[in-house]
Design a protein around this ligand. Structure first.
Ligand SMILES: Cc1cc2nc3c(=O)[nH]c(=O)nc-3n(C[C@H](O)[C@H](O)[C@H](O)COP(=O)(O)O)c2cc1C
Length: 176
């Protein structure tokens, strides 16, 4: 049984991310090989990175209790799945900050994403791959990229349900 931590990378009221989480749950609820825990970065309230040392430093010590909560969730997960909107051709600040806030926890951690945006969130995915490579994570190939006016309406409702389901299934298959 693979424990997947699903991380919501948007803090907007009315965010599309909540609908994407529903589509992920629809897939994971049918499976017996995965369990999920959802962490909403809006609720987690991590500080903007404010430690004296970089997380990769051998002397890095977490001083903020919310960062400890985040560390424990990532540590306890077999895999991490980011719900990734594209903002200004890259990751949302809240997601990048969550990535920056930990160091060794990412090493060899299986990580993937369900991205979305006008080009399927492709530029956010490109940044995500670069960041995860630097963090030495085990970044998966099958990152779902849901395109507005192709797979989803801009409000997140479904346009091509079978393609959305197939992309999410492929992403979960690779993590499981
Ligand atoms: C600050 C900001 C920048 C955005 N930049 C992009 C972009 O570069 N590419 C894109 O496809 N969509 C962009 N969008 C549109 C988002 O993809 C869209 O608002 C989406 O719903 C965001 O996900 P969320 O609702 O879960 O936050 C941007 C939205 C915001 C708020």
């Amino acid at each position: 049984m693979t424990k997947i931590l699903v991380v919501v990378g948007s803090a907007r009221p009315g965010r599309v991310a909540d609908k994407v989480v529903d589509y992920i749950k629809k897939e994971t609820d049918t499976r017996e090989d995965v369990t999920t825990e959802i962490v909403d970065l809006k609720e987690l309230q991590l500080p903007f990175f404010d430690n004296e040392l970089a997380p990769v430093s051998p002397d890095y010590t977490i001083t903020n209790p919310q960062v400890t909560v985040w560390q424990e969730k990532v540590d306890a997960a077999d895999a991490v799945l980011f719900v990734t909107p594209e903002y200004n051709h890259t990751l949302s600040a809240i997601q990048k900050n969550a990535l920056d806030s930990l160091g060794k926890e990412w090493a060899d951690k299986p990580v993937s994403a369900v991205a979305y945006g006008w080009s399927g969130g492709s530029l956010a995915v490109a940044t995500l791959r670069e960041v995860l490579s630097n963090l030495k994570a085990d970044t998966k190939e099958d990152i779902a990229q849901l395109g507005f006016m192709k797979d989803l309406n801009p409000d997140g409702t479904l346009l091509d349900e079978s393609n959305v389901a197939a992309q999410i299934k492929a992403t979960i298959d690779e993590l499981a």
